[in-house]
Design a protein. Structure first.
Length: 160
């Protein structure tokens, strides 16, 4: 589903395997579909573009409406990175757990993804939503001590 009015940077996943950051306010759903986009993510900000860390990402405000807070500072984080076409990275950083994990800034998250070879990387929902499931179980330590219910997920399945 695509929101009626664009609000921020999005991440477009194309049928041919490539991924691009795009400005939601400068396109529409039909144009994305016509260009070969099969899915989009909408949170942000973009962390890495063309192999370089995006300047100013620690100052970006995203959805500070009711129930949300700033993404600035050290927080639990979730991100997707692209190494090459059809070669994606998913990174989850725990946080808000004294003595265990402080989280990461958006720049630190970008550095992690860049170090792993990402040429494009994008921040997706973090905080209490930063939960990584693998092979049927949670494999990280969510900040609230348990998995939190969310309205959306990024699901990757083996195509075999």
């Amino acid at each position: 589903m695509y929101r009626d009015e664009g609000a921020r940077e999005g991440l477009a996943l194309y049928r041919d395997g490539h991924v691009e950051v795009y400005d939601e306010t400068r396109t529409d759903a039909q144009s994305l579909v016509d260009a070969g986009v099969w899915s989009t993510l909408s949170f942000g900000p973009a962390l890495v573009e063309d192999g370089e860390i995006v300047a100013g990402i620690d100052d970006v405000e995203v959805d500070t409406n009711v129930g949300n807070h700033s993404i600035q500072g050290e927080q639990p984080r979730t991100a997707i990175g692209v190494v090459d076409e059809n070669h994606l990275l998913l990174v989850v950083v725990d946080g808000r757990q004294e003595g265990y994990s402080r989280g990461a800034t958006t720049t630190e998250l970008a550095e992690i993804l860049q170090d792993l070879g990402a040429t494009t990387a994008y921040n997706i929902d973090g905080g209490g939503s930063s939960t990584l499931w693998f092979d049927g179980e949670v494999v990280n330590s969510p900040s609230q001590g348990r998995e939190r219910g969310t309205s959306d997920v990024l699901y990757v399945a083996d195509g075999a």
